[in-house]
Design a protein around this ligand. Structure first.
Ligand code: K1U
Ligand code: ZN
Length: 173
């Protein structure tokens, strides 16, 4: 089990665009396992590779509530269709610790991706899964949920996180 460090805002690396993966091999599967270990430990319900410092188009999600884990692996995910109707969820982000906000997004989306075995797949998602997929694919474009907030709310959160980071750095040094 490998738990990787999760980058947090305002780390400029989080704003990078992630690149397509050429194929799903053992190295990619090991990365996806590390991402899941990191996500479960946090805990969270999704994670993008860029959040652990790897700019590859890979996301993992697990919305299961029971003991039995049900991980979903998406390599090179692309939203090909979004509904016009919206849903509002209170979103959080492991890269924006301790901050939550209600965000409107299309309530359904249709996504294409490669699965754990590198097989091309399509999924029509709705509800929290649709929200989570869109949140994680945003990470691959360098977008965070706070980018949808007003300038004022966003800058308040970014300043707070910068201060927290600086005071933590002082404790560590
Ligand atoms: O950082 C991330 O991208 C993960 C994020 C995913 C997400 C949450 C809510 C809406 C959209 C996307 C999280 O997992 S934040 C933590 C969280 O939501 C949670 C943690 C423990 C139990 C249940 C939820
Ligand atoms: Zn996030």
């Amino acid at each position: 089990m490998t738990i990787r460090k999760i980058l947090t805002e305002p780390d400029p690396f989080l704003r990078q665009k992630s690149q397509d993966v050429e194929g799903v091999d053992d190295e990619i599967r090991r990365l996806m396992q590390d991402m899941l270990d990191t996500m479960y430990a946090a805990p969270g319900i999704g994670l993008a590779a860029i959040q652990v410092g790897v700019p590859k188009r890979i996301i993992v999600i697990d919305l299961s509530k029971e003991e039995e884990k049900k991980p979903l692996y998406f390599v090179n995910p692309r939203v090909i269709l979004k509904s016009n109707s919206k849903a509002t969820y209170e979103e959080g982000c492991l890269s924006v610790p301790g901050q939550f906000a209600e965000i409107d997004r299309p309530d359904r989306c249709h996504v294409t991706y490669l699965d754990y075995n590198g097989k091309q797949q399509e999924l029509k998602a709705e509800g929290l899964l649709a929200t989570c997929i869109q949140h994680e694919i945003d990470h691959l474009e360098g977008i965070l949920f706070i980018d949808y907030l007003s300038k004022l709310k966003k800058s308040f959160i970014v300043k707070k996180l910068s201060k927290q980071k600086k005071s933590l750095e002082r404790i560590v040094v």
